[in-house]
Design a protein around this ligand. Structure first.
Ligand SMILES: CCCCCCCC/C=C\CCCCCCCC(=O)SCCNC(=O)CCNC(=O)[C@H](O)C(C)(C)COP(=O)(O)OP(=O)(O)OC[C@H]1O[C@@H](n2cnc3c(N)ncnc32)[C@H](O)[C@@H]1OP(=O)(O)O
Length: 208
């Protein structure tokens, strides 16, 4: 099968749900953790000209190595492995799922410096991205329903800190036909930093 066969979102999701945790994929997870560490370090340093030259050369070499092995989406490990430790992805800080029920999720995360907005606060787009991932997972529920975001509204109530545990709560408020209305909260201790409400639509066979 090629990526062209997977214009159908349900078929693609179903195929990608079969993900085996092996030593090899654990090593991939570790590599992604190293990339996160690198991202955090790279935003914090002003390297010397020599260090920059060395870094650029090494990075270009690694990029070429990976480009030579690029695969269609359907075959990639990236974006899969959605267990307690969340998916293998880099677009949000790692989400750790503590409890996943069909109408409620408790999760937590800690965002490194890479996700900075300004003055120690998390970037607002990242807060919204965390909610998209969390509420998308909520819409999927325990059945793994394949849904897409129709809208997502985020309210920023207090600065979301970096490098500190953040607690995430998601809830299904109501369900009408293919529509799932879901809400989310992002807490730092007793401080409610952000809230979201969203509508997710369950995909029909044949939809992308
Ligand atoms: C056993 C364990 C298993 C575990 C499994 C784990 C699985 C984990 C899975 C995942 C976790 C992570 C998940 C991440 C999630 C990320 C998701 C994204 O970011 S998706 C990218 C961004 N979103 C888009 O690109 C969508 C673009 N929009 C569209 O494609 C369409 O508009 C779509 C599909 C959303 C709806 O189109 P239509 O043609 O299918 O449906 P129509 O008829 O238009 O709408 C259906 C109903 O919804 C309402 N509706 C649609 N959009 C609305 C809106 N914006 N506001 C209000 N109502 C809306 C309509 O009025 C209609 O309502 P009425 O049933 O008639 O009452």
């Amino acid at each position: 099968m090629t990526s062209v066969d997977f214009v159908d979102a349900i078929a693609l999701a179903k195929h990608r749900q079969n993900f085996e945790e092996t030593e090899h994929t654990r090593a991939y997870r570790e590599m992604l953790a190293a990339v996160r560490g690198f991202q955090n370090a790279v935003v914090q340093a002003n390297p010397s000209p020599e260090q920059l030259e060395q870094m650029t050369t090494s990075l270009q070499q690694m990029q070429a190595m990976l480009e030579a092995q690029a695969l269609p989406e359907v075959e990639r490990w990236y974006g899969r492995g959605g267990g307690r430790d969340g998916k293998l992805q880099l677009v949000t800080p790692q989400l750790i799922f503590e409890e996943v029920e069909d109408d409620r999720i408790h999760a937590h995360t800690t965002a490194g410096e890479f996700y900075i907005g300004m003055n120690g606060a998390m970037h607002g787009g990242i807060v919204a991205t965390i909610f998209d991932a969390l509420l998308g997972r909520m819409a999927a529920g325990t059945q793994g329903r394949v849904c897409r975001t129709a809208y997502l509204t985020t309210e920023y109530k207090a600065i979301t800190p970096l490098n500190q545990r953040l607690d995430l709560v998601a809830k299904v408020e109501s369900v009408e036909r293919r529509k799932r209305f879901v809400t989310g909260q992002l807490w730092h201790g007793d401080t409610l930093c952000a809230t979201a409400d969203a509508l997710f639509i369950e995909m029909l066979p044949g939809q992308q």
